[in-house]
Design a protein around this ligand. Structure first.
Ligand code: FAD
Length: 317
């Protein structure tokens, strides 16, 4: 069975959930080989990757590889593609990994598919395009399929893999040293899950009315263990920080549940959330376009509906 390379996403050694989703997907396509980059590799990380089906783990844990921006990871993957001849390379559809995927595709003269929300046998991918407006089925027909899959698009299933570890080193070329990371700043995100990874997202829009009133959205999010998002109208008004903006010029989320409160459902907002599995809208205007997209809708004032919802959820815990 051919190897399927999976680029591991981790923060200081803590493996992100999307990697486990990719390993689960990779098992349908071949023998998953996890590719670890940068410091932080541990026995715990190894066990987690193996528990989710990694037959092999390529470990390139020198600091060199993360000291420079993106390029050394491309060098490493290109090296592994040449030595392992994998059936496919899977990465998460994050900004960084999509750049890696694109560069690797150029380097290996291959096709790349981004924003994939599912892969079937024969490496046929469901791809969300035109800002999420259209879903297409696509297959790479030239070279090696390089596929960037959205977080939360597929389930995590445990299955033991051999987890055979292989240390790899990569000579970082002068060209790859052109852009260096000078500082890393930890994002202040408190106890909430990361927006693009969260299984539940509660977002507020202009209808929330003020920065103070975003506490209603936060309380609902906390009752559900969710991340908080915002429309551009809310971030532009300074009610919520820009890094939480969902949409075409913000983050793309694909949670199991997306609750939109006081958001009209403009095309640019939809672009970032319409692949959510279940969408719930709270809006006082029954004609708001968000209701065309929503699986469940509440027509009402969010100042009344959201606290009641929070209270009800708290009661059921
Ligand atoms: P509005 O459209 O003003 O809607 C507010 C809604 O709240 C209304 O439907 C109203 O009925 C409802 N409401 C009001 N009060 C209450 C209440 N008390 N209770 C319940 N409901 C209430 N937008 C994004 O979100 N993300 C992007 O990434 C993004 N990128 C863009 C890129 C470009 C190039 C452009 C041109 C625009 C972009 N926009 C983006 C902006 C987008 O077009 C919309 O203007 C924006 O999404 C509107 O935000 P909103 O739904 O919060 O506000």
């Amino acid at each position: 069975m051919s190897e399927v390379l999976v680029l591991v996403e981790h923060v200081e050694g803590q493996i992100k959930k999307v990697t486990l989703e990719l390993l689960t997907l990779a098992r349908k396509l071949g023998a998953p080989s996890a590719v670890w980059t940068g410091p932080g590799y541990s026995a715990e990380a190894k066990a987690k990757l193996a528990e989710h089906g990694a037959e092999k783990i390529y470990v390139a844990d020198s600091a060199d590889i993360t000291d420079y921006v993106v390029a050394p990871k491309v060098d490493l993957l290109a090296q592994l593609v040449s030595s392992a001849s994998p059936a496919a390379v899977l990465v998460a559809a994050t900004a960084e990994a999509k750049e890696i995927a694109g560069r690797l595709a150029v380097r290996t003269d291959s096709g790349v598919l981004t924003d994939v929300v599912g892969i079937e046998e024969g490496l046929v991918a469901d791809q969300s395009i035109f800002g999420g407006g259209v879903n297409v089925r696509a297959r790479v027909t030239k070279g090696l399929p390089i596929i960037a899959v959205r977080p939360n698009a597929s389930p995590v299933e445990a299955a033991a893999g051999a987890g055979a570890e292989e240390q790899v080193s990569v000579a970082v070329s002068e060209a790859s040293k052109a852009a260096r990371v000078v500082e890393r700043v930890k994002e202040e995100k408190g106890a909430r899950p990361e927006l693009t990874e969260a299984a539940i997202v509660v977002s507020g829009g202009r209808g929330v009315g003020s920065a103070e009133n975003f506490s209603l959205i936060e309380k609902l999010a906390d009752s559900l263990g969710a991340a908080v998002g915002a429309s551009r109208a809310a971030t532009d008004a300074g009610w919520y920080p820009h890094q939480f903006q969902v949409g075409q010029t913000g983050k793309t989320v694909s949670p199991q549940l997306y609750i939109a409160a006081g958001i009209s459902g403009a095309i640019q907002h939809r672009a970032g959330m319409q692949t959510a599995k279940t969408i719930v809208a709270v809006n006082k205007d029954p004609e708001a376009p968000i209701f065309e997209l929503a699986d469940f809708g509440v027509v009402g004032d969010l100042n009344q509906v959201v606290p009641q919802l929070t209270e009800e959820i708290a009661k059921r815990k």
